[in-house]
Design a protein. Structure first.
Length: 149
């Protein structure tokens, strides 16, 4: 019986620790939290809040299919030629053609976070962080505006 109890403790204790930990990583970040974390990133890039800002921005960039590097987006002429002459475009080519937002060549993560931190923090208390990112890209990184500059 004692052996069985020890076995249950060895198995049960780690499981209890895993399941009793707060699931903060699964909770959505609010707009105000993101702006605050990015302001902290500019002051102290090694803090936990700074890591949250960096991770959120990198995750957003990775997950979005509307953002492309400016140098990867074809010119208007090439885009028209591809659409009219290609029978089937790859998913990656479609994404490059249809992307709404372009990151200019030489734009760094620090530049992007600086723009986030400088932006307004006047969002509804329950607004999600993705709203801040969307506003930032609408204001500064529209492909038509980036290509003209």
């Amino acid at each position: 019986m004692a052996r069985r109890q020890r076995l249950l403790i060895r198995i049960g204790a780690p499981l209890a620790l895993v399941f009793c930990q707060p699931l903060a990583a699964l909770e959505p970040m609010t707009a105000a939290e993101l702006v605050s974390a990015c302001r902290t990133y500019l002051e102290d890039g090694r803090s936990a809040a700074a890591a949250n800002c960096r991770a959120y921005v990198l995750g957003y960039l990775s997950a979005s299919n509307e953002i492309v590097a400016e140098e990867e987006r074809p010119s208007g002429f090439v885009a028209r030629a591809m659409r009219t002459r290609a029978s089937r475009l790859s998913d990656a080519a479609e994404q490059r053609l249809d992307s709404r937002f372009c990151l200019p060549e030489g734009e760094t993560l620090d530049d992007l976070i600086g723009r986030l931190a400088a932006g307004p923090a006047q969002y509804a208390t329950d607004a999600e962080a993705s709203l801040v990112m969307r506003d930032l890209f609408e204001k500064h990184y529209r492909c038509d505006a980036v290509m003209e500059s």
